[in-house]
Design a protein around this ligand. Structure first.
Ligand SMILES: Nc1ncnc2c1ncn2[C@@H]1O[C@H](COP(=O)(O)OP(=O)(O)OP(=O)(O)O)[C@@H](O)[C@H]1O
Length: 206
């Protein structure tokens, strides 16, 4: 059981404070929406929680089975889908999926073929990712994150580039596969985070 604790967490870039004195406690089963206007710091907070960038003061801890994990091991607990994270464009869809699951175990032992069907990309198995439409890429990013067998899922702008069908698909996916994990969604679209049981508006932490 993963527990994440933010204690008086603050972040600044040079002289600009992005957030100050954030306190948060998350355990598996929780879902958190991080909201705020453009440039308010949603992605920065997500990167701090993932361990990709350090906070400036305060503390973030990850704890499993009562033991605190070093920040260098946090990445093993999480999967991310975000606009700034690139897919391996030169791979075909089936290669990209195989590649991803060399690093993360697939959730519930799902097979690539089954995942491709869930992503409704079965017509495109052997197409290079570079030739995917932006919505197809977005479905792949979300699928790779949600079908990684990790307790923490970080989603930044999850429905960007998705059409109406894709947005409904995202809603079903988080409902079916987001339970029993910690799900964090950065968003300004209520349709993306309506299911979250906790909300954090970054404007309140300046
Ligand atoms: N590496 C960096 N160095 C300096 N400033 C940065 C850096 N990364 C982000 N910032 C600044 O931090 C602020 C928050 O940016 P961030 O990308 O976290 O916002 P956001 O809420 O995710 O925005 P959006 O909704 O537009 O995606 C911005 O003012 C940005 O310029």
């Amino acid at each position: 059981m993963l527990k994440i604790h933010l204690h008086e967490a603050s972040k600044r870039f040079q002289y600009e404070w992005i957030f100050k004195n954030l306190n948060l406690q998350l355990t598996q089963g929780d879902s958190l929406a991080i909201t705020g206007g453009n440039g308010s710091g949603k992605s920065t907070l997500l990167k701090c929680i993932s361990g990709a960038i350090p906070i400036s003061s305060g503390k973030i801890t990850f704890e499993t089975e009562g033991k605190e994990l070093p920040s260098s091991d946090w990445y093993k607990q999480l999967a991310i889908s975000a606009p700034y994270l690139e897919l391996p464009e030169e791979f075909t869809l089936s290669e990209a999926i195989k590649f991803h699951f060399q690093f993360k175990s697939p959730l519930r032992g799902i097979q690539p073929k089954e995942l491709i069907e869930i992503l409704y990309l079965d017509q495109h198995t052997h197409k290079p990712v570079s030739q995917f439409s932006s919505g197809m890429k977005q479905r792949l990013k979300l699928g790779l994150a949600l079908f990684s067998d990790v307790p923490l899922i970080l989603l930044d702008e999850p429905t960007s580039n998705l059409d109406k069908k894709g947005i409904a698909w995202y809603g079903d996916l988080v409902q079916s596969y987001g339970q029993d994990r910690i799900l964090i969604v950065c968003s300004n679209e209520p349709r993306e985070y309506g299911f979250c049981n906790q909300k954090l508006a970054l404007e309140d932490f300046k």
